[in-house]
Design a protein around this ligand. Structure first.
Ligand SMILES: [Zn+2]
Length: 301
């Protein structure tokens, strides 16, 4: 059986990390100056998580300085876990915290890439919320994408197909610019949804995608197309998408030959670093140490 140290010292990617919530609770509290009651805890799906966000974390992050601070805390906790490549998402709404001063916003992002470059390869990802004001999405996203600062794009929010057409031209632009295209799907939704999203947006990678494990044909489709699923086991358990870690579908996905990475999702909520996630998976008998290392070694350096 491995020790945490075995995974700590191994190079790792975190390709599923929302930087506004990507720091430990223990790192967050001294900065936020408040406690979140009974936290971290198992939550009844995304609704309860969003209640915590709207009551506590979103109001606390209200200025440009706050944005820089929370992203910095998240990068530093990734470094503490010896993550070598961090593909972390920065939510589009933060442009508003900079009063639409794109240069100031992009300058902040670039300054963090530069500040931490000796410790971590930080690849900023543009995070798009499905519920965010569409006028702002259509105005801001092309400008930010064309800046070259963001290396990938992600889409998240309610797992539905309603109203996703408006994001399609933005994903086409991302493809033309050589950005990696990612989207959240198959966290609670089924295998057909995963396949549909991959095809609709020409995705390179899927955030979650565990719903694919319900259909061998969709697993084969992902494996054939070499689509990587950036899976976050503890998030799936704490949000009740998976009943218990021992039953996590990452095993089935691995055995089907699907490319995988292990990510933290929101470290603030789920409190498991990539190394801890790896150890948990081994201890729960989901994957062997060798299988986990094989997953960790599948990343772009
Ligand atoms: Zn996520």
């Amino acid at each position: 059986m491995s020790e945490l140290e075995d995974f700590l010292k191994h190079p790792k990617t975190d390709a599923h990390n929302h930087l506004n919530l990507g720091m430990r609770y223990a790192s967050y509290v001294p900065w936020a100056h408040f406690l979140i009651p009974n936290f971290p805890r198992t939550m009844n799906g995304l609704a309860e998580m969003h209640e915590v966000i709207s009551t506590f974390t979103r109001p606390r992050c209200s200025t440009a300085e706050d944005v820089r601070d929370v992203i910095s805390l998240s990068i530093e906790d990734a470094i503490a876990d010896s993550v070598t490549v961090l593909e972390g998402s920065i939510d589009l709404q933060f442009v508003g915290h900079y009063n639409e001063d794109y240069d100031a916003f992009l300058g902040m992002v670039n300054s963090l890439v530069e500040k931490y470059k000796d410790k971590i390869t930080f690849r900023p990802e543009l995070g798009l919320g499905k519920t965010f004001d569409d006028a702002k999405v259509q105005k801001w996203v092309p400008i930010l994408m064309k800046s070259g600062v963001f290396k990938s794009v992600d889409l998240y929010g309610p797992e539905t197909f309603d109203d996703i057409d408006r994001f399609k031209p933005l994903y086409e632009l991302a493809g033309k610019l050589g950005m990696k295209r990612k989207a959240h799907v198959g966290e609670f939704s089924d295998a057909a949804s995963v396949k549909k999203f991959v095809e609709f947006f020409s995705l390179d990678e899927v955030q979650h995608g565990i719903g694919a494990a319900q259909d061998d044909k969709v697993l084969q489709f992902l494996a054939d197309k070499k689509i990587r699923c950036n899976v976050t086991p503890e998030s799936n358990v704490l949000l009740s998408a998976v009943k218990k870690l021992e039953e996590h579908p990452i095993k089935k996905m691995f055995e089907a030959g699907v490319r995988l990475s292990i990510g933290t999702d929101d470290l603030l909520f789920f409190n498991r670093s990539v190394s801890e996630e790896c150890l948990d998976l081994e201890k729960a008998g989901v994957l062997t140490k060798e299988q986990i290392f094989k997953i960790l070694d599948d990343f772009e350096r």
